[in-house]
Design a protein around this ligand. Sequence first.
Ligand code: SF4
Length: 697
Amino acid sequence: MADGSELRSRPGDGKLIRGACGHDCPDTCSWLVEVQDGRAGRLYGDPSHPFTRGTLCAKVNHYLERVYHPERVLYPLRRVGVRGAGEFRRISWQEALSEIAERWQRIIVEYGGEAILPFSSAGNQGLIQHSSLDQRLGGLLGFSRLDRNICGAVAHQGLSATQGNGVGINPEDLIHSRLIVLWGTNTIVTNLHLWPVILSARSRGAKIVVVDPVRTRTAEAADWHLAVRPGSDTVLALAMMHVIIRDGLVDRDYVDRYSTGYEQLSEHVQQFAPDRVAEDTGLSAEEIERFAREYATVQPSLLRPLIGLEHHRNGAMMFRTLACLPILTGAWRHRGGGLCRSTGAFQFSMLNMEELLMPWLQKPGVRTLNMRDLGRDLLSTELRPPIQSLLIYNSNPAVSLPNQHLVRQGLTRDDLFTVVHDLFLTDTARFADIVLPATSQIEHLDLVPSWGHHYVSMNRPAIAPEGESVANTELFRRLAACLGRTESWLFESDETLLRTALRTSHPMMSGITYETLLEHGYQHLNHPEDWRPFAEGGFPTASGRAELFSERLLREGHEALPSPGEIRRAGAGQLQLISGKTLHYLNTGYSHMERHRGREGRLRIEINEDDARRRGLSDGERVRVFNERGEIIALCAISESVRPGVASIPFGGVVDEAGVRRHINCLTPEEATDWGGGSGFYDTFVDVERSPVDLEN
Ligand code: SF4
């Protein structure tokens, strides 16, 4: 019906088409696209959406420039130059698919299906364009599986250790909060539609506290900024627990009814008296005491821990530890109280993912490789079978993964056959043997669950696919056909796939159907307006209680009680490098667009005045930021926004101040987080010195 392929012959001329942003962003904005003569003339926020309220962000306000960008890949391409040089010639789909089929069949015969690794991430957050037919085909052919959890799973597993899952309150309920703690999140930049909710809460008397090593725009706008030392968030939370327990601020009724391990925790946190650990946290003992008391006594109090915490080596323990706080204070009882992180897993848990993904197709024993390790795995001499082919979609690993040089080295392997499906000749696509053109969000059908609110959205295609571009689902249909497969479930239409996902008996999806979503564009989950997930316990742990002491963690070799975890500190003369998202780029997305580049300006690294003085650096001069993994050239920005010992750099763009295509991930380590499969991006330590590169320019 409203399938993208049908629109090739019947575009929505003269119509307003409802859609939803599919970027990796919690807001999942609803939008409207005006189409005339098969061309989208205007794309703007849907004013009727109660959460996103008709505004899009600075990136997506110009989405149509992205759709119609002259550099967009519109046809299949075959590499003609050396890997990485970006030299290609146009070929037909037939030619591309024949080569893929021929190479893959040879690899499967010689090495087995595991030698082929489909690699994808959150480049498209739509349900079926993110995961559907790709999983079915990969499962059937025994391709290596990819653990796509580079950050979010860290938080989910950390929270689950304490509360059994990652569920939090409805983000719209923040309006009822009286103390809002934004912990490791720059809400104004990365979650902009939540900010008005927070401001409304403030106008009703709420206080906004930001815990962040960097004085971000959000920290600047808050009532109180606690510039914690990177990685020591666990110590701060343990010191808060010390104060809360010592001063009798525990909701004993809630703790006794709904948790386990209180006695062990009480004893454990005695060692975290604020005056003993203040220095570790970078805060004063008075600040910690005051924060703990306000947190415990002002209700409803709400913790919003987000991405910043996931990027530390002790990331899972951070979430596990923070999750103990609302248990102790009983904040979950109150509307607007408790904890609020991603709503993504919550929404996915209501959909019929089993039938959509058909996990029973997976061959037993097929290996799973973590995306973080791509560079290592590509270069490994021990991996059996070695990776012989990559199929990359929804992802740009040459810049988004840590230890970029290792990843790029792997991608230059002569014997590696790489296929990339993307809208642009990304840094990864430049290494490909074959590049296939991908559709933009206004050219395909999808359902978009949100990880930042409780609305499910339908994204209808507004225009026919540009050039010869195809959606991910269509790509996998074509791959299945060229490999000679005939199973009907490999060729299901997008509409059929969505109907399958929506065939669910979950009560919160009651009344949400394919038809109603087509009609309304979005729908709120079906739960009572006053919905408090843990007001009366009901934690889905093994014990059925919140686990302040966790037997499971103990069995898995972790500390059973919340703990500081491994906190790394900079070596002599080094700075800890924190990277944050920017307004005009989405990671490296949009950085090829002149308008966005112009607004982001030149690459700057923020350094505290003391640190700059010690290195003899002055504001605006070009500096070399380096460690054992790589280097990047940036402008020095002396700033009060970062504490001594910390440097801050934006995560975006791929061309540095020396005009070289490199990204801050050439500095980040690919070491694993404590658990959860993530990467300690923020455990990056660098030296900064005056750049030897010619300063003219
Ligand atoms: S990137 Fe986020 S804020 Fe921007 S339009 Fe998409 S969902 Fe909305």
